[in-house]
Design a protein around this ligand. Sequence first.
Ligand code: ZN
Length: 467
Amino acid sequence: MPTLTCFGAAREVTGSCHLLESAGEFRLLLDCGMHQGGDDVKSAEQEKIQFDPRSIDAVVLSHGHLDHSGLLPKLVRQGFSKPIYCTSATADLLKILLWDSWGLYQRDLERENLRRERRGKKAQPAAYDAADVEAVLSLCDTCGYGQPRQINQWLSLTFHDAGHILGSAIVELRMTVGGQVRTLVFSGDLGNSDSVLMRPPAILQKADLVLLEGTYGNRNHRSMDDTISQLTDILAETWNRRGNVLIPAFAVGRTQEILFYLGRLHRQGKLDNWRVYLDSPMAINVTGVYDHWLKLLDEADVRELNELDQQSFQRFLPSLTLSQSSEDSMAINKVAAGAIIIAGSGMCTGGRIRHHIKHRIWQERNTMIFIGYQAQGSLGRLIVDGAQHIKLFRDQYAVRARIETLGGFSAHAGQRQLLDWFGHFDNQPQLALVHGELASLQALAEKFQAEQQVQARIPAMGETLAF
Ligand SMILES: [Zn+2]
C-alpha cells in the first residue's frame, strides 16, 4: 500500500515537501521547498531533510516558487542525484529563482560570518554552494501538460495546468502496486480562476487520494472587477495627494499580472501620468520568461497583449522603467511624486522594497499596496496587521503611508474555487489538506463536511497517510 508523509506545508503555508513511497518499490519526493518569512541564513542552516536524500528515486516539482523548490540544492548537497521532473517553463524559472536565492544566501552568509569572526566565533559552513545549484538545474527533466511519463515500472506521472504561475502543475501519479492501481492527485498551488494571464486550473475526476492546498481555505477573494476598480480608486486618490505607490511584488506571476493591469488601465486612459518602475532584476528576468512562454498563458489575455503586435509585458505598458542596477534603483528615491514602484521581495523580507519602505512609508501622502500572501513573521505581515512602527536597517519608522490589500490579485484559489475543484472528482477519493495555516484548513474541512459530506484530513508535520 503506498503511503504519503508530509514533511512540510503541513498546517503551514511554506516548505512544501511530501514523500510518496511503497516499501521496497519506490520513494518519490513531491516538491522540496523551503520555509519562507524568516532569515535565510538561519533557515538554510535549520531546514533539516528528514529522510535520506540518496534513497529518493526522483523529485516531482509542481512549480518553481521557492517554497516548493528552494531546498533542492540542499537535497543534492546531501546526496540526491536522480531526475527532477517539472515542466519546461518551471525549469526556465528555476534557473532564475535558484540563482537569485543562492546570491542572497551567499551574501547574507558572508555578513553573518564576518559578524561571527568579529566576536571570535567559528564561521558557519555553507548549507549548499553554486555547484549544487548547477547540479539541480542539470537534473531537471521536463514534461509537457497532459503527456503521461513512465517514471519507473510502478509509476506514471502526468502534469496538468494548475493555473497558478507560469509552468505550474497539478501532479497526477498513477501507481501500480501489488497488482492494484492507485492514483494520487497533488494540487500543487491551485490558481485563482478569476486571475488574468493564467488559464483556469485543469479539472480532474479520478483519484484515490487528493492532496489539496488550502492557503485561502477560509475565505473567498474579491472579484477581479472589484479589485481593479479598487486599484483605480487608490491610484487616483494617491495621485491627487501627490504621493507615490509601493507595491511589494513576487517576481513570478504577480509582477506580470500587475504590469498587465496597469497596461490595460493605461490603454483605457485611466492611469494618469504615473511612471511605473519595475525595480527588481529578478522580476525583469522572469518577465522575459513570461514573454517567451506566452503560448502557455490564457489565450484571450495574450490576444490583448498582441493586439498592438507587442508580444511583451514591457511594451504593453509604455511608462514602464526597468531598474536593473542599484544606481537605477537609488535614482527612484529622487522622484518626489507620481511613481509606482514595484519591487521585491513580495513579503518585504529582503530585496529593494525595504529601501523604498525606508524612504516612503513614514509619509502620509504615499500608499503601499499588498497584492500577495504575507506569511507570519514577515515584515509585510506586520504592516498588513496594522503595525504603527516598524524596524528596518536597525532604525524605527512610523507607518504613516496608507496601507491597502488587494485580495483579488491572489494567485491561489479561494475557498469556493477549492470546493468546486474538488467537487469534480466522481469516485469519492480521500482528501488531505495541506499548504495553509491551521485555522484556514479547518474552515475548509468544515465546508467540505457540510457541503460535500467529505471528511478531510489535516496531516500534521511528519504524519503518514496510507491509501
Ligand atoms: Zn506557489
